[in-house]
Design a protein around this ligand. Structure first.
Ligand code: ZN
Length: 332
């Protein structure tokens, strides 16, 4: 009998649920706003209702398991949320146990960090699958910078599920304070949030007339605006993306020296500006990592087996949702 798995992407804005066939075709999907202000009970109730709806739509195929991708950090295997910054009031929520009692289904419910789920999807249906690389390290540039490490097709969790927090390794030790308690974290310089903050700084310094124009009109500044300004030659916006590339290159130098996996993938919404930040990324990576210099491919834009490849992700914004659905299959 045909089987399917259900994935849940629990974002701070939207709760997305989808059922996928064993070949990873999307069979049914439901998306509802995440009612963060109404508290964990309301969100869990919405999630259980959406999961039931998707399960009903995917029948008569047999449900194999349910995977939940949640903002980290999360304690595993319990799936306990630990002070998630985008979900205030959700601290210590035992996501897996709560859903098990709400849903009462005879299949495993597995909780995973959203960045780990995205990396799993990239390994089994994205760049890793395309190039035959079953070990990879992914950085996801979104509101923050997520990180997932895949060894031999499986997520590397560490002792309590908290491996893969490279977004909070300092790239500038005396840099600005990060909510995590550290200073100068990668996340502050390579996330969409960081891109907007840096663009505002360059505007106040008089280096970004385009961004200053938006601020003076009272309009919001987005990372997509900054990308457009950089493409149009705005000096401040170009400086911002040079900083994004440097921060990523410094981080990748450490990751390449530590992991020596064949593939490093940069994903998430802000990765669309790859053409703007990758020159600085490769400059830093080459100057700082001798492992990279010894193993870099001749053509950096093309995957070369046996070398250290750094490439943009292949899957788009749905990778977290697809990866969540893959968790019950690959992480058993
Ligand atoms: Zn931090």
């Amino acid at each position: 009998m045909a089987t399917f798995t259900v994935g849940v992407d629990m974002g701070g804005t939207n709760l997305r649920v989808a059922g996928f066939s064993s070949a990873w075709e999307r069979l049914a999907a439901v998306s509802v706003p995440t009612r963060v202000a109404d508290g964990p009970r309301a969100v869990l109730g919405d999630m259980a209702a959406a999961i039931r709806q998707v399960i009903d739509s995917c029948g008569p195929a047999e449900l194999e398991g349910i995977g939940i991708g949640s903002p980290g950090p999360i304690e595993l295997p319990e799936g306990r949320l630990l002070e998630p910054p985008n979900l205030p009031g959700f601290h210590a929520l035992a996501l897996r146990a709560e859903l098990e009692s709400l849903l009462d289904v005879p299949v495993p419910i597995v909780v995973e960090s959203d960045a780990n789920a995205a990396a799993l999807a990239e390994a089994h249906a994205g760049a890793g699958e395309q190039h035959g690389a079953d070990s990879l390290c992914m950085l996801t540039l979104g509101t923050g910078v997520g990180n997932g490490i895949i060894f031999d097709g499986r997520i590397w969790h560490g002792e309590r599920g908290m491996a893969g927090e490279a977004g909070h390794i300092a790239v500038w030790p005396d840099g600005i304070e990060c909510p995590c308690g550290n200073r100068g974290c990668l996340e502050l310089f390579a996330s969409a949030t960081g891109i907007v903050r840096m663009a505002r700084e360059t505007a106040y310094e008089g280096r970004s007339p385009r961004t200053r124009d938006l601020i003076e009109r009272g309009a919001p500044v987005t990372a997509q605006d900054v990308t457009r300004f950089a493409e149009e030659g705005d000096e401040g916006a170009l400086v911002v993306y040079d900083t994004v590339g440097r921060a990523l290159g410094i981080s990748l130098a450490g990751l390449v020296n530590t992991l020596n996996v064949p593939l490093y993938v940069i994903g998430g919404g802000a990765a669309a500006a790859w053409h703007l930040f990758s020159p600085a990324l490769f400059r830093e990576l080459e100057s700082r990592s001798y492992v990279y210099r010894l193993t870099a491919p001749r053509d950096k834009g093309k995957f070369t087996p046996g070398r250290t490849n750094v490439l943009p992700a292949m899957l788009g914004s749905g990778s977290g949702l697809l990866g969540a659905a893959m968790v019950p299959r690959f992480q058993r």
